[in-house]
Design a protein around this ligand. Structure first.
Ligand code: FAD
Length: 307
């Protein structure tokens, strides 16, 4: 059995595993895809102290660093259930294995909801983006669209308006869903256009980069085209927590509720990173949270009366 079993091999999971292993306790990492979302990222310019890197490089660095320690890495394994116990918690994998651990750290991350329109996948990283904090500066002075008029879409549009040349915000419904204060700010900006009842139908490009977007005007039924260089998709971030429903307290968005030590509603189970209620989803934040959850788990282990 493990002292600490980390589920997830992204930045949060890697940090948690290293912090646990450095305490000399039996540590395992179970990951569906070691590296996590970082693997899908091209330019990374906000990982402090590293001026610029890319996803595959950072993911390789994460794995190399974890392998410096005695950590049992179980890659390409998906956790399907968490079964709470008195002495040990159990994690059951899709392949049928059952792993026992005195404490578990859940760091299964999240994924961006996609529009599922032609061109979106093809131009991902070549104009189609999901993270304004990450990729906004790449579009300095250019024309972009933000898809989604909820809080994250409107926040993204306000943020981007300060960097890019022009922002078009497209909302499917006939009204924005963002908080009134955000909408007020949005409408005060000179370089933002808001289009409602707009259903994005295609992202166009020249084979290398995005150059336009088409949408259906749901009021008239007409298809319209906007020339632009970037499309930020802001229609939701889905935490990878379906397998925990009914076991851990989740927010209404499915995020794992944690306290300042990364403790979840279940004693001995901690969580970190994009899968949790942490308000900002970034690599450096996920790593800090992984370290926090690991120290929280260690503290739990030394305080629990179990040998
Ligand atoms: P993830 O990276 O999502 O890792 C989750 C891990 O859990 C993976 O190993 C996954 O395979 C595994 N997993 C999931 N479900 C299961 C399961 N049931 N069983 C076992 N394992 C499971 N952030 C920045 O700071 N800077 C950037 O420039 C940047 N650019 C980005 C660009 C893109 C395209 C994307 C998608 C994200 C970007 N981000 C960026 C955000 C950043 O990648 C995330 O905030 C960060 O990776 C979160 O780390 P995490 O460890 O919490 O989760």
């Amino acid at each position: 059995a493990f002292d600490v079993l980390v589920v997830g091999g992204g930045p949060a999971g890697a940090a948690a595993a290293i912090y646990a292993a450095r305490k000399g306790i039996r540590t395992g990492v179970l990951a569906e895809r070691f590296g996590g979302q970082v693997l899908d990222t091209m330019a990374i310019e906000n990982f402090i102290s590293v001026k610029a890197t890319d996803g595959p490089k950072l993911a390789a660095g994460l794995e190399q660093h974890v392998r410096e320690y005695e950590v049992d890495i179980m890659n390409l394994q998906r956790a399907e259930a968490l079964i709470p116990g008195e002495r040990f918690h159990e994690v059951r994998t899709a392949s049928g294995a059952v792993l026992k651990a005195k404490s578990v750290i859940v760091a299964t991350g999240a994924r961006w909801r996609e529009m599922n329109v032609p061109g979106e996948r093809e131009y991902r990283g070549q104009g189609v983006a999901y993270c304004p904090h990450c990729d906004g500066p790449l579009f300095k002075g250019k024309r972009v669209a933000v898809i989604g008029g909820g809080n994250s879409g409107v926040e993204a549009a306000i943020d981007l308006a300060g960097i890019v040349g022009h922002v078009t915000l497209l909302e499917f419904a006939d009204a924005l869903r963002a908080d009134a204060v955000l909408q007020k700010k949005l409408y005060s900006l000179a370089n933002v256009t808001v289009i409602k009842q707009a259903q994005t139908t295609e992202v166009h490009g020249d084979g290398g980069k995005v150059n336009a977007l088409s949408y259906k005007d749901r009021a008239s039924g007409e298809t319209k085209r906007i020339e632009l260089e970037g499309v930020f998709v802001q229609i939701g971030l889905l935490p990878n927590t379906d397998w925990l429903k009914g076991t851990l307290a989740l927010s209404k968005h499915g995020e794992i509720e944690i306290d300042a030590r990364g403790q979840t509603s279940l004693p001995g189970v901690f969580a970190a990173g994009d899968a949790t209620t942490v308000p900002f989803k970034q690599i450096i934040i996920a790593m800090g949270a992984g370290a926090t959850a690991s120290l929280g788990a260690f503290d739990h282990l030394i305080r629990s009366s179990l040998p």
